[in-house]
Design a protein around this ligand. Structure first.
Ligand SMILES: Nc1ncnc2c1ncn2[C@@H]1O[C@H](COP(=O)(O)OP(=O)(O)O)[C@@H](O)[C@H]1O
Ligand SMILES: [Mg+2]
Length: 335
């Protein structure tokens, strides 16, 4: 990525090339831009209007943008702290002076000032997550063997499948929505009955399962995790969650009020701290931010066990997996 601060050729308007380039760094960059644009819309476009981006799409001074974001964040923190101090001083003055007749008017004018103040919200701390999965003892050579397996509910979703999932292999499963990817994972791990045929499972398989959609619990994130690890103390549970990029506010919030990304981080935290020799992950990146995705990608690369991963993002799974299964090849539906 360019380090120089190039002028925008289109004058006040900057146009981003939203397409894909073949270089993986650029792909990541485009994803970043999409994400930033989605989250910070106005800020990004203000930045673009300053002319730091060319219309070519690849000649973008992203480092400069990050510096500006960091500067802005620091300024917000400083403004917030300054205002908090001013509020505390005003409140102190009012408390000391409102009762006395001689100073009552001054106190009331400060109260008015306080009431009219535009409150600056507390800047959010953001912590980059560091994921890493605990490994369980080595299982047999074949973890799951599907013998003429047909998945489905009232009707079959696939033709008979003969798939073998081996120890230490990392496999991605792709295919359009509604084909049965989630059903296949659930059938493999025994959460869903096979429509036909069978799955043979190694007795030493220890599964870490990330569900695509889990009904959000009405427990606090802290308690949700503590229930899983009752032998740990409060500080240890907080440290586990903090490592996954969750702040004190998140940790003390109910799971159901957390954003999709924060919720996913708590659920990943549960999986990674329990020993497993196969990670079965159903679209784990759906709600994750760029930092969390990068961290999850490197954790899965480093993990020595097997991974069975449903994902729609080749940029995410191709650097991790040994093989890709396209469920469209097995579907009863014409895709
Ligand atoms: N519990 C269920 N009962 C009946 N049909 C279901 C159930 N869960 C999913 N389905 C249907 O099975 C098909 C495959 O679903 P799913 O496995 O979630 O697909 P994918 O994960 O590939 O998007 C869909 O048509 C879906 O509506
Ligand atoms: Mg699914």
């Amino acid at each position: 990525m360019s380090k120089k601060n190039t002028k925008n050729k289109a004058g006040n308007f900057a146009i981003i090339n939203w397409g894909y380039s073949n270089k993986s760094s650029h792909k990541m960059w485009f994803r970043v831009v999409n994400k930033v644009a989605a989250q910070k819309g106005k800020g990004l476009f203000n930045y673009l209007a300053q002319g730091a981006v060319t219309t070519g799409g690849t000649d973008i001074d992203y480092d400069y943008y990050l510096q500006q974001v960091e500067l802005k964040k620091r300024q917000q923190v400083a403004d917030y702290q300054k205002q908090q101090k001013e509020i505390a001083d005003l409140e102190d003055f009012i408390a000391r002076n409102k009762a006395r007749v001689a100073t009552r008017n001054m106190a009331s004018s400060r109260q008015k000032k306080l009431d009219k103040m535009n409150l600056i919200s507390k800047p959010k701390e953001k912590v980059k997550p560091v994921f890493s999965f605990l490994e369980a003892r080595t299982p047999g050579k074949v973890l799951f063997e599907c013998k003429d397996l047909v998945i489905g509910y009232d009707t079959p979703l696939t033709k008979p499948m003969n798939l073998v999932f081996e120890r230490n292999k990392k496999i991605a499963i792709k295919g359009v929505n509604g084909l049965g990817k989630t059903t296949l994972l659930k059938t493999l791990i025994g959460m869903q009955k096979a429509y036909g045929g069978k799955v043979e499972k190694d007795p030493f398989v220890e599964i870490g399962f990330f569900e695509q959609e889990e009904v959000a619990s009405s427990k606090k994130a802290l308690d949700y995790l503590w229930e899983e690890f009752p032998d740990r103390n409060n500080g240890e549970i907080r440290a586990m969650l903090a490592k996954c990029g969750l702040t004190t506010d998140h940790i003390e919030s109910l799971m159901k009020v957390l954003s999709g990304g924060e919720n996913a981080k708590v659920r990943l935290c549960k999986i990674m701290n329990r020993e497993a020799n196969v990670l079965v992950l159903d679209e784990p990146t759906n709600h994750l931010d760029v930092d969390a995705k990068e961290s999850l990608q490197s954790a899965l690369k480093n993990y020595k066990g097997s991974v069975i991963l449903v994902s729609h993002e080749p940029d995410f799974y191709l650097p991790i997996v040994d093989e890709v299964i396209n469920l469209e090849d097995c579907s009863t539906k014409i895709v």
